[in-house]
Design a binder for this molecule. Structure first.
Ligand code: 7TS
Length: 417
C-alpha cells in the first residue's frame, strides 16, 4: 500500500503524530537510535494521561478502599468504583456487578478454572480450546484436568492461521461444558468468530469464555453482542498499567460460582464455624485490590475511548497490510499468520536465522520485536516451527517504523544467514 493509500484509509480525525506526543517513551533513543517499539502485543506503552492519573491518585487521593469512613478513603473508593463503571461501559456489560478486577487476564482465567471449574466440571466433561491459545488459556485447564479428570479437546488451525467454524462444530458436543478461546491470536493476529462459536457452545448447553487480551485492543468489544459468558483481559495491553485485569462474567453465573480466594472484603459474615460471602463483585475481590492500577485502567479506557474506534481500526489495518506487503521483500522471510481480516500482529521466520538472533540484531537498530514461542508452544508445534519473530502494532505505530524494520531485517539476514 502506498503512503497516499494509507492516508486515504486513515480517517481525517486520526493524527498519529499527535497521538505519539501523548506517549513520552516514544521519543527516547535506544542504543543511540530512535525507539521503534513493535512489541505492543506483549505490552503497550502508556500515554501521559494514564501516567498522570496514577501520579495524581498516589499524590492527592490515596487511601485504602471500602474501609475508612473518612474523606480520602471515600474518594479513593469512588475513583476505584468509577473505573469499574468505565470498564462496564467500554465492553457494554449489563452491570458493574459483572466486572471483577483481577491482576490480569491470567488470574481471571485461573479464577474461572478454579471456581467455575470446581463447581461445575467433573470427570469426563469436556472443555474445548484451540491449538492457538496462549499458555494462560491452556495451563489453568490442564490443572483442572488433573484435579477433576475432565477432558481437553483442541480445535485445529489452518495453515494460514485461521480456525474454521466447522472444526468447532465437529469438536463441540453434548459432553462440552465450556469452550475457552482467544478473541485474537497473540502470535498470528487471527480474529476468531466469537459470536458463532458462542452460539455453537450454547446450542450444546456449554458456556463460553473468551480470552480478550488482544481482542480488547484491536476489536470492538460488546460482550452482550459477542454472546459469550466470560470475557477476560489485561490492562497493560490496552495502554493501561500492569497489575490490573478484568473478568467479566454473566451475573447469574458469577452468583452461582464459589469464591476463588478468601480474605478481607469478600465476606458478609465470618464466624469460627461458617462464613457467608459478600455480593458481586466483592465476592471475587479478596484483600486490598489493585486500587491505583484500576484507576489507571480507567484512564486508559478514557484515552482509548477519546479516539474514533473506526479510525484506530483503519490505521491498524493499513499498518498490517503494509507490513504484510513489505516484509516478504526480506530474502528467505516467511510470514506466519495470514488469515483474512487479521489484526495488526505479524509473526515471521527467516531461513537460516534464529528468531532470537534476529531480535538481538534488530535491537541494535532500536527496533523492539519479540522472539520465541510467545507462550503458545502447542501452536508452534502445529506450525512446525520452534519459534517466530513477531512485530505488533498499536495506536501509535507508524508506517515509517515498518520501513525501519524491513531495512534492519535485510541487514540481519545478511549477518545471520
Ligand atoms: N492471552 C493472550 C491472547 C495474550 O496475548 C496474553 C499475553 C495473555 C493471555 C496473558 O496476559 P497476562 O497479561 O495475564 O500475562 N501475551 C503476551 C505476548 O504475546 N507476549 O507477551 C505476553
Amino acid at each position: 500500500m502506498t503512503t497516499a493509500a494509507i492516508r486515504k484509509a486513515t480517517l481525517p480525525n486520526f493524527d498519529v503524530n499527535r497521538i505519539r506526543d501523548d506517549f513520552p517513551i516514544l521519543s527516547r533513543k535506544v542504543h543511540g537510535k530512535p525507539l521503534v517499539y513493535l512489541d505492543s502485543a506483549a505490552s503497550a506503552q502508556k500515554p501521559r494521561q494514564v501516567i498522570e492519573a496514577i501520579t495524581r491518585a498516589y499524590s492527592e487521593d490515596y487511601a485504602n478502599v471500602h474501609r475508612g469512613a473518612y474523606y480520602l478513603s471515600e474518594k479513593s473508593t469512588s475513583d476505584y468504583e468509577a473505573a469499574r463503571e468505565k470498564v462496564r461501559a467500554f465492553i457494554n456489560a449489563a452491570s458493574t456487578a459483572e466486572i471483577v478486577f483481577t491482576k490480569g487476564a491470567t488470574e481471571a482465567i485461573n479464577l474461572v478454572a478454579s471456581s467455575f471449574g470446581r463447581a461445575f466440571i467433573k470427570a469426563g466433561d469436556e472443555i474445548v480450546l484451540t491449538t492457538l491459545e496462549h499458555h494462560s488459556n491452556l495451563v489453568p485447564w490442564d490443572l483442572l484436568r488433573s484435579a477433576t479428570g475432565c477432558v481437553l479437546r483442541h480445535v485445529p488451525i489452518q495453515t494460514d492461521g485461521s480456525v474454521r467454524l466447522e472444526d468447532f462444530a465437529a469438536v463441540i458436543g453434548p459432553k462440552t461444558k465450556l469452550v475457552a478461546v482467544a478473541h485474537i491470536s497473540n502470535v498470528l493476529g487471527t480474529i476468531l468468530p466469537i459470536r458463532q462459536v458462542a452460539d455453537l457452545a450454547h446450542a450444546a448447553g456449554a458456556k463460553m469464555l473468551v480470552d480478550g487480551c488482544q481482542g480488547i485492543v484491536h476489536a470492538a468489544v460488546d460482550v452482550q453482542a459477542l454472546g459469550c459468558d466470560f470475557y477476560v483481559f489485561s490492562g497493560h495491553k490496552l495502554y493501561g498499567p500492569t497489575g490490573i485485569g478484568v473478568l467479566w462474567g454473566r451475573e447469574n453465573l458469577l452468583d452461582a460460582m464459589p469464591p476463588y480466594q478468601g480474605g478481607g472484603d469478600m465476606i458478609e459474615t465470618v464466624g469460627l464455624d461458617a462464613c457467608t460471602w459478600a455480593g458481586l463483585p466483592a465476592k471475587f475481590e479478596a484483600g486490598t485490590p489493585p486500587i491505583v492500577e484500576a484507576i489507571g485502567l480507567g484512564a486508559a479506557i478514557d484515552y482509548v475511548a477519546s479516539h474514533d474506534p473506526d479510525a484506530v481500526r483503519a490505521h491498524e489495518h493499513a499498518l498490517i497490510t503494509y507490513a504484510m506487503e513489505r516484509l516478504p521483500e526480506v530474502p528467505g522471510l516467511r510470514l506466519i499468520g495470514t488469515a483474512p481480516g487479521k489484526a495488526s500482529v505479524q509473526s515471521f521466520v527467516i531461513d537460516g536465522a534464529h528468531p532470537h538472533d534476529i531480535a538481538t540484531v534488530l535491537d541494535r537498530s532500536g527496533v523492539c520485536v519479540r522472539a520465541g514461542h510467545h507462550c503458545a508452544q502447542p501452536l508452534m508445534e502445529a506450525l512446525g516451527v520452534s519459534a517466530t519473530a513477531r512485530a505488533s502494532f498499536g495506536i501509535y505505530s507508524l508506517q515509517s517504523e515498518i520501513d525501519v524494520l524491513v531495512a534492519a531485517l535485510k541487514k540481519a539476514r545478511e549477518m545471520l544467514a
